[in-house]
Design a protein around this ligand. Sequence first.
Ligand code: TNX
Length: 518
Amino acid sequence: MTGTQPRDAAAFPWPVPLPRDAAAVEGPGFTLQARTAVTGDQTAVGILTNLASARTDGEIDLDPTAAGPGITLSITDAETPESYRLITSADGVAVTGSDEAGLFYGIQTLTQLIARTDDGWRIPAVEIADSPRFAYRGVMLDVARHFFPVEVVLDVIDRAAQLKLNHLHLHLTDDQGWRIEIPSRPELTRLASATAIGGDPGGLYTAEDYARIVAYAAARHMTVVPEIDLPGHTHAVGLAYPDLVEEPVISDHIREVVETYGSTLPVAGEPYEGLAVGFSSLRIGDAATEAFVTDVVTDLAAMTPGPYLHVGGDEALGTDPADYAEFVSLASRIVADAGKVPVMWHEAGAASDLHPGTVGQYWGFVSPTDGMDDKARGFVTRGGRIILSPADAVYLDMKDAADSELGLTWANGVTSVERAYAWEPGTVLDGVAESDILGVEAALWTETVRSPDDIDTLMFPRIAAAAEAAWSPASDLNPLRTWDSFRERVGALDGLWSALGIRFRRSPEIPWRDEETS
Ligand code: TNX
């Protein structure tokens, strides 16, 4: 097999994200019986049984004791992590993972291939060999601007994992609230978590809540990346520790935001419920600040099994540039001393003493402006890799239509589904090689996002475009890595996403295939 075969591209329901190699083969495919045999890895059998039942509205029951042709799920010791093979024919279905994650992803692909036909539930005859382009495929949820209870986070994990995303970045602190219990600094959540934007209720995750999120993610092959945003975005720290923060810096920009959105100016020591950014800063150079960052990072590192710990570094407009460079270097060393790989937003890449190997997260545009690409390249110069989150493509909080009630527009205006799709990770940053790119992450900031419905509406379908950028081959390596193919493939997910209870927006850019009416 060389590349996914375009045969009958529009009609054939290839999955999202597009597999590395896939071919339709001769034959009628596999017909699912009301009781269909399933054998193999127990965990995988459980996952597929639930998905098949949900997808078919309970009509199909996978059953290890059923007779006849069936589905086998197994793990081999192949070398490529997270990869799988899937072969379907009238005689049966075989999914073979290189590891547990690979088998899990093979199951997601298989679930997408289940289709309702006039003759019942069918899986077309295919041969797929698939593996990811990038090791890091992320989604970020901002739980600071608006807080979301544990159950909502678990739903986000399920939604992201079915698209083969494998990192959940939680933006846990910002001006509006501190959402994660830090055992050595209980004042943070006790005094700085009660409120959110617009007077909405706040909230917090106890250490136990956080452990539950981490475990639920791990069971779906997702690693949690916690972010404590420093040294800006720290107004809430001042509610617990007034001596650790500077007075708010009220720039013209802040006044403008307050006028446009009708909120109030930040006041030291009072909860901030507006959506301006860039007015707060930790007090830099104090031993007390260093002790604070060390305590927070050490506790969070101990609570986090994954390798990464994000310490922010974005939009520190209220911090003196020399202090900023000194601080981000210190913060990156503290994270490394705690045994984790530091991750920081791209601004920190300009600091010369950054800990070597610090990962940079680029949030500039697909065509970089204002030297943001130079800052991102700074991480690579120091042996670090880059996570690409170009704001005008994968910021899920941008409006996807001009008349959308939700979302912002600062990233080059409306981000249509097509714009979210039509970018190529390899060409965003000149001089950054494929091997320097750790991966791609879509981000949902939550200034305008207040409910689980809002999350789904802004996430879907654009999160699928980000997943394809993160997982699938580069656009010049596969004839089906096109917008035309993508929109058809997403349209075919209507039945599955509806069955899974995802309240996706029926964007007019996508030819949805509503099974009830077609
Ligand atoms: C920029 S991009 C931010 C966030 C906002 C977001 C809104 C970046 C690292 N920071 O503070 O929530 O825009 O789209």
